[in-house]
Write a protein that binds this ligand. Sequence first.
Ligand code: HEC
Length: 138
Amino acid sequence: MKLLVAGLAWCLACCTGWSQVWAQTSDLPASASPERGRALLMQRQDTGCILCHQIPGLPVGGALGPSLHGLAQRSTPAQARERIADARRLNPQTIMPAYLSTEGLHNVAQRYRGQTVLTPLALDDIVSYLFQPDTTIP
Ligand code: HEC
């Protein structure tokens, strides 16, 4: 009986472990590219991420937002994606721009009206960079 319980517990631990790994990696399409993501994160003009965040493997960043070191320990790719897409959904008072939304924006320059800052693919690229195993990030 004891053995059966231990076996069951092991199996459960093992299965949840695996499903977590699976959930993490299956969040992103295979086409997502961490190299493109890195390039996007570096752009001060287009994304501006490093104006507010310190990001692993990138030159010094700003401190208006939290450091993104260790992000994988406190968030899943899907959660990070949701925040970058429209941080207002998680924090209506946020200062972080909404990168995949055109809702409720004011004073948008004529040529950018109706456009999102990032495309869905670019957003996946960024998330794939942020969730690379830390060992591959210098
Ligand atoms: C104007 C400053 C600003 C810019 C630009 C900005 N962010 Fe943020 N970001 C924040 C703040 C502040 C928070 C903390 C949560 C909040 O206040 O909404 C945050 C939170 C986050 C989080 C969650 C961090 C955690 O510890 O869980 C992620 C991921 C993130 N930002 C990614 C990005 C990416 C990627 C970009 C560029 C595409 C970006 N941010 C651009 C200010 C910014």
